[in-house]
Ligand binder design. Structure first.
Ligand code: SAH
Length: 384
């Protein structure tokens, strides 16, 4: 078993502290941490050997104690429309188990969005979501969440050296311009790790993506919404999907705990909202379930007073899914009603459906072993 400590995902203070293990004297730790930080997050280095402003023997000592390796890329698929999906396998956890999660890159004309996962599996069991058919396995660590961004940047050539050598580099100088926490899992059920990851992704001396370009999507974990606003400061998206509690209870079982009224109340109080900083309400279009003109009118009434935009998501089918996508005319009629009421209501064009990379299609084969299997796995694992 690899006993080297992973550095990816530590905040600056923790990174400085841990350097003590490699014998770095206290007065040098902050400076060394700063150097390492820039190599990892600004330059994308995965090997201490390339940290040329650190003396060679010290690089070797670091390599003995620490790791900055990426998760393993198990598979990489590219859609006809340019969307990319990676299945990543993370380093084995304390029980010797390796788990997997999916990451998706969606290139558009004027931006590139990376959709990352916060958990392996999910506890929510929304009835229209493929991830919901996978049992919750575990939370991802801050390092594993950040590593999704780093690994995608590797493959896209989204680091300064690769960018400088690329004649087709985008004008913005970045392939990944936005990050959305809309992959597998409920980010607000993994609050601390997601917050730590957002802090690293937005750090001005690293990846340096503004928090206004990071969007966290939640099914509506009401008690965590004000905390997210105060402590994370990222943009918020709410998976609303229905306009009555009766229907939402069916689609998003979490609604039985936190009904629509409470979710919207938390949204009204979300700090820092303005016309330039709106909450996105995601609304999946399910034929005959939530797509009537009456639903559209109710939706508009519910949102009154909240700086909001509505993102209509055509339902993406998956094997065995119990719903159908609304007809195109129905979606357009719905969008028009919302739009006439003064809310932007773009229809999210399905991307990467051919590689099962579209919203709600993500799933990994990871399963949680029973306690008994875990014990056996631990006994089989070579002792360090
Ligand atoms: N748990 C969080 C993060 C997931 S975001 C949340 O619920 O917001 C993924 C988005 O895709 C959510 O809005 C989800 O409701 C939506 N979605 C899930 N399954 C879908 C499907 N089959 N078709 C379209 N959208 C889907």
């Amino acid at each position: 078993m690899d006993t080297r400590m992973p550095l990816t995902g530590l905040d600056r203070a923790a990174l400085a502290d841990i350097l003590a293990r490699a014998g770095v004297p206290e007065r040098q730790r902050r400076m060394r941490a700063q150097q390492i930080w820039r190599w990892i997050y600004n330059r994308g280095v995965t090997d201490f050997g390339r940290m040329t402003n650190i003396a060679k023997p010290l690089r070797a000592t670091f390599a003995q104690h620490f790791t900055i390796a990426r998760p393993q890329v198990v598979s990489r698929q590219i859609s006809r429309d340019g969307t990319r999906k990676w299945l990543l396998r993370f380093a084995p956890d304390d029980h010797g188990q390796s788990h997997e999660a999916e990451v998706v890159y969606i290139p558009e004309e004027d931006r590139g969005t990376l959709c990352i996962s916060s958990q392996v599996g999910c506890t929510l069991n929304c009835t229209f979501c493929h991830t919901g058919t996978q049992k919750m396995v575990r939370n991802l660590t801050a390092g594993e969440i950040v590593a999704q961004v780093l690994t995608a940047r590797d493959d896209l050539g989204d680091w300064p050296d690769a960018m400088a050598a690329n004649p087709d580099a985008p004008a913005s100088g970045r392939f990944i311009t936005n990050v959305v926490l809309m992959g597998m899992g409920e980010p607000l059920y993994n609050f601390d790790n997601v917050k730590a990851a957002c802090d690293i992704i937005s750090d001005g001396e690293g990846i340096s993506l503004s928090k206004r370009r990071i969007t966290l999507s939640t099914a509506g974990v009401v008690p965590q919404i004000p905390r997210a606003g105060e402590q994370m400061g990222v943009m918020l998206a709410i998976s609303l999907h229905a306009t009555t509690d009766e229907v939402r209870n069916q689609l998003v079982p979490l609604n039985r705990k936190y009904p629509i009224r409470e979710v919207l109340e938390a949204c009204r109080n979300y700090p820092g909202l303005s016309n330039a900083r709106r909450i996105t309400f995601e609304y999946v279009m399910l034929k005959g379930i939530n797509d009537s003109p009456a639903d559209a009118r109710r939706l508009v009434n519910l949102l009154r007073g909240i700086p909001a935009k509505v993102n209509l998501i055509p339902f993406n089918p998956w094997p065995g899914s119990p719903y159908e996508c609304s007809d195109w005319d129905t979606i357009e009629r719905f969008a028009a009603i919302v739009n006439r009421a003064g809310y932007a209501s773009p229809v999210r064009s399905p991307r990467g459906r051919d590689i099962m990379a579209a919203c709600g299609q993500l799933k990994s084969a990871s399963e949680r072993l029973r306690a008994r299997q875990r014990k056996a796995a631990a006994q089989d694992a070579p002792q360090a």
